[in-house]
Ligand binder design. Structure first.
Ligand code: C5P
Length: 226
């Protein structure tokens, strides 16, 4: 069995939900979203350590919120960066060099399941990089200044989620190269793709939503699904 650690970027300021409190600290059925998310990883039997990247200035708050989870598993909180990518990079620096696989998961996706984590961990054993995603249901257009520029062919387009799992050396190499090249990606797989390395896709879940807007939060609180 490979040694596995989880990295949870939670360094966003959450301005899109329109509150001063970053969304990862907002409560979902009485539990901070961050805690609900991290719990899936600290209780996973194959994951030996979890590193969370919190917003600069909220590191102590994150430690306090996550305190009750830290009892049985190595759980560290570091200061995140300006971008998600920078937050993942910083958290990765706190992962032991002996860890062979790193699974990255957004703090604002609390409905991740054991099944999804297992699916990406299984797929990463084969190819070294695995993500979960779902085929896009809507028609997708490129729009500029309220005018349609183009309609994209949606067959073959997938909406990408986390968790994403990578051989640790591959993820480190991908991030280091992106930093050298001044590239900022919206997910980690994109940086691995830049190396020319294949990325395996496993089926994500409709429930594994990202809480980005007030409407997402309301839906999550009422148990409603998209
Ligand atoms: O909204 P976005 O896609 O950037 O957020 C995805 C995840 O990345 C969230 O969990 C958010 O807290 C995290 N993030 C981060 N550091 C940033 C921006 C976002 O860790 N600077």
């Amino acid at each position: 069995m490979a040694r596995v650690a989880a990295v949870v970027p939670a360094g966003g300021s959450g301005v899109r939900v329109g509150r001063r409190t970053p969304k990862q600290f907002l409560l979902l059925r009485g539990v901070p979203i961050l805690t609900a998310t991290v719990r899936h990883f600290v209780t996973h039997p194959a994951i030996e350590a979890v590193v969370v990247a919190a917003p600069v200035g909220q590191v102590e708050r994150a430690r306090r919120v996550l305190g009750p989870l830290a009892r049985n598993r190595s759980l560290a909180v570091v200061a995140g960066g300006i971008t998600r990518q920078e937050s993942v990079w910083r958290a990765m620096q706190a992962v032991s060099p002996d860890v062979e696989v790193i699974v990255v998961h957004d703090a604002v996706r609390p409905f991740v399941t054991r099944r999804l984590i297992d699916a990406v961990l299984r797929a990463v054993r084969e190819g070294g990089a695995a993500i979960c995603a779902l085929p896009i249901a809507e028609t997708v257009k490129r729009v500029r200044e309220d005018l349609v520029e183009a309609t994209l062919d949606r067959s073959g387009l997938w909406a990408v989620q986390t968790p994403q799992a990578f051989r640790a050396a591959l993820l480190r190499e991908a991030h280091d190269k992106a930093r050298r090249d001044g590239v900022v990606g919206t997910d980690d797989a994109m940086l691995v793709e830049r190396l020319g390395h294949p990325v395996t896709v496993v089926r994500g879940s409709e429930e594994n939503v990202k809480i980005t807007t007030v409407a997402d939060l309301r839906r999550a609180r009422t148990g409603g699904r998209r």
